[in-house]
Design a protein around this ligand. Sequence first.
Ligand code: FES
Length: 106
Amino acid sequence: MSTKRINVIDREGNEHSVGWSADQSLMEVLRDNDFPILASCGGTASCATCHVFLEKDAFPSSGERSEDELELLAETDTYIADQSRLSCQLTYESSCGGATVTIAPE
Ligand code: FES
């Protein structure tokens, strides 16, 4: 199975390089590597507890946000228009391998 790397900045500001397998969403990568994201809806784009900030350079190639994703993100206190994504909606194919994502504050 193919894998790629992604850099994750945790809530303490520490950077980690983690593997991303083709069958995982970014939320699953974060959860499987014990990052403290709740992901309480299980990946159905309805809780926003998997909110991450994608680095600006990688954002355009990460794909379009759905209306539901955008609506949910815009309701958060920490929404950044050109960086916020729900990590459960970022698939392996979303072209952000090698990019840096920062886990949003709780
Ligand atoms: S896990 Fe709930 S919105 Fe992503």
